[in-house]
Design a protein around this ligand. Structure first.
Ligand code: C5P
Length: 236
């Protein structure tokens, strides 16, 4: 049977399944940067993203975080729960990097007094603009109570992931999460991979994330494979 494509994103395709409450996500061999302005076909990337994200989501699930992941159906496809997407990108920063360093003219890698959370409105046409809590509530994107829950979940996920990556001598500098509503609950959706976080080697301070592609510093597949190997203990 022909799979019914519901949505084609920059890094993933989403298909309908025979079960109306489930979706199939297929990770693509495609990398984009600068809001899609740079786009490249990278064989092997989809499998790596899928495997890294599944590893991280399984770890979060084991630690009590509710996510959309049901199971992996191949090395590049996941079966997930269908949710109503909350169109905000939740960014947590442990250290100063990326757009935050640029915006405030700050030194890369500087520690923050405490991790900070920012929200961006999810819109490719608008280039994902910054949005604050009041704007989110007044525009009916999410309620105050939902935002409080999202902030708490994001901080809890950060604590869990700091511990996980620290075991592998990786600094979790920042990351982006997305959430969806299902059955009166809010759960973690999308993916967690080097596409949407910054990971720095604690010794060499080298990037092991999409910055190697954005800055043309190293091969993306080699870099993401290193992250997967470290997570799976190949280099522990
Ligand atoms: O670019 P910026 O410094 O704001 O990104 C913060 C974090 O959020 C980075 O880890 C980046 O990869 C991630 N991000 C993302 N998707 C976006 C914007 C940022 O995954 N649309």
């Amino acid at each position: 049977m022909e799979k019914q494509l519901l949505y084609s994103g920059k890094a993933k395709d989403v298909f309908a399944t025979t079960n109306d409450s489930e979706l199939l996500i297929d990770y693509k061999d495609q990398a984009t940067a600068f809001n899609g302005k740079v786009k490249e076909e990278i064989p092997g990337k989809g499998k790596l993203n899928c495997q890294i994200s599944s590893y991280i989501f399984d770890y979060l699930i084991e630690n009590g975080i509710k996510t959309h992941l049901l199971k992996n159906v191949s090395d590049h496809e996941q079966l997930v729960r269908k949710t109503q997407l909350i169109p905000i990108e939740v960014v947590l920063r442990n250290k100063i990097a990326g757009s935050f360093a640029k915006k405030f003219g700050l030194k890369l890698g500087q520690e923050l007094t405490q991790p900070l959370i920012e929200f961006y409105y999810k819109s490719d046409e608008l280039g994902d603009p910054f949005i604050n809590d009041d704007q989110i509530v007044s525009l009916d994107i999410a309620t105050e109570a939902e935002l409080t829950f999202i902030r708490e979940q994001t901080r809890q996920i950060n604590q869990l992931l700091l511990a996980l990556f620290n075991q592998d001598q990786l600094d979790l500098v920042d990351f982006k999460l997305e959430f969806g509503r299902v059955d009166n609950e809010i759960i973690l959706i999308d993916e967690f991979s080097p596409d949407n976080c910054r990971l720095w080697d604690q010794t060499s301070h080298q990037s092991l994330d999409k910055d190697v592609f954005r800055k043309k510093e190293a091969d993306l597949v080699v870099t993401y494979q290193k992250v997967l190997n470290r997570l799976k203990g190949a280099q522990k």
